[in-house]
Unconditional design. Structure first.
Length: 180
């Protein structure tokens, strides 16, 4: 299914934490809506059940990342007591400050639009398919950064690829972007 005819993302359309992924859930409710759809409580679980363990891992790692960012006072958990609670009751919902986008980032003058917005591209393979590498400074074979555009490329949101140690590295990179 062509992405242009389908949903462009899930979450808060005004999010400061925008994560870009190269695929879209194959869940009929999300296949042709267009725009960014905020989720409600229980929908992350429904997507995981309908679309498989891979999507559950994406949501879990995203929630863990934001929970770690909260420890650095970079993001608010909005009363959530654990990353699981944040995932179920805040992540990708209206006013959550989070989005999961299925289209490439639009990098024209990003820094001038909102200094707090961070763009995270999930996976080196996806990032390279976007023809962005000339804009990126590769720190190693897994992470790259573009400070001007507040853009980070990191491993795919999966426990094996983006382990807890790598989540902490990503937190440091995001903190660096927010401070510039």
């Amino acid at each position: 299914m062509p992405i242009s005819a389908s949903l462009s993302g899930l979450g808060d359309q005004y999010a400061e934490f925008n994560v870009y992924i190269g695929n879209i859930p194959t869940f009929s409710e999300y296949s042709s809506n267009g725009g960014i759809k905020p989720l409600s409580t229980g929908e992350i679980n429904a997507i995981g059940l309908a679309c498989g363990n891979g999507w559950r891992k994406v949501f879990n790692v995203y929630a863990k990342l934001l929970f770690a960012l909260n420890a650095e006072n970079i993001v608010s958990l909005q009363g959530a007591k654990s990353w699981q609670d944040f995932r179920e009751h805040v992540l990708l919902q209206n006013s959550s400050n989070t989005s999961l986008l299925f289209l490439p980032p639009q990098l024209n003058n990003i820094k001038q639009q909102n200094n707090n917005v961070v763009h995270i591209i999930m996976g080196k393979t996806y990032a390279k398919s976007l023809t962005l590498p000339h804009l990126l400074t590769w720190l190693d074979h897994e992470f790259s950064i573009n400070i001007h555009n507040k853009l980070v490329v990191c491993p795919y949101f999966d426990y094996r690829q983006l382990s807890n140690i790598k989540i902490m590295r990503l937190v440091k990179l995001i903190k660096q972007l927010r401070e510039t």
